[in-house]
Write a protein that binds this ligand. Sequence first.
Ligand SMILES: Cc1cc2nc3c(=O)[nH]c(=O)nc-3n(C[C@H](O)[C@H](O)[C@H](O)COP(=O)(O)OP(=O)(O)OC[C@H]3O[C@@H](n4cnc5c(N)ncnc54)[C@H](O)[C@@H]3O)c2cc1C
Length: 261
Amino acid sequence: MKTDILIIGSGCSGLYCALQLPADKQITIITKADLESSDSFLAQGGMCMLKSDSDYDSYFEDTMKAGHYENDKKSVDIMIRSSQDVVKDLLSYGVDFKRDEAVALAFTREGAHSTKRILFHEDITGKEITSKLLAAVQKLPNVTILEHTTMVDIICRENICYGIAAQAVRAMNTASHFADSMESGNDLTVSVNDLSVGIDHNTTHSVVYRHAGVTRPVRSFLNLSQIVGLLTACIVTCFAALVVLFNGLNKVCRINAGLLG
Ligand SMILES: Cc1cc2nc3c(=O)[nH]c(=O)nc-3n(C[C@H](O)[C@H](O)[C@H](O)COP(=O)(O)OP(=O)(O)OC[C@H]3O[C@@H](n4cnc5c(N)ncnc54)[C@H](O)[C@@H]3O)c2cc1C
């Protein structure tokens, strides 16, 4: 399949990204599980926001300290300065943050923060934010979401990404379903540019790209039967080695017995 923009993952960052992109672009979001299985749905606490310019230095210092001063300072600056706009966006998507008696946003304090600057929704802030983002994305006609679709490779040439190789599998509830799901998995490639990318079934799961009429291999995968074959070969080799060792030991014992006798 082809798409203008491909987003891997349907957590809050993937969904928020889709909402910021131009409406005239075809966007595909893939996620390896179902739409509600992501860390974003699990986040309990809340998210911080710059309440006023006077809090900037303290907010910056708290963030750097929590990151053992290894944080990228530019990213921290962007996170703090964009926090009010992000919160405005979230409110416009219907996110329901806790309010005080005056119906103003209520802030709490948690983690490494030295003052109250956390917005929250009960103890399910992640679910509140992500479910509202998801609902907003699902209304966009230019966005296609593929669940249970796992990216297994990125197709790059000269440092440019042309697409990915992905595998679509049925939901796996227990480990015993794994082999069955792998067998029933559908190979899929998504290309995001002029190169066409595809699975070449003649060469057992080799990913190829075709450009200017030339087909080139990108990477080969082992399928399930190849893995089983490899394991069987290992077991047979080990067994043969044990038989040789046992025969050798038996001979040595007989020689020793002969010498002693
Ligand atoms: C229990 C818990 C509590 C938390 N509490 C807080 C908190 O209070 N405040 C806070 O700010 N943060 C909190 N966090 C952290 C926060 O949840 C994450 O930082 C945030 O959700 C990351 O969002 P994301 O969209 O980048 O990633 P995720 O939400 O992890 O989404 C990643 C997505 O990528 C998909 N994916 C991954 N690999 C592939 C692949 N190969 N192919 C296809 N899809 C793939 C996944 O299926 C998923 O949809 C908490 C996290 C947890 C687990």
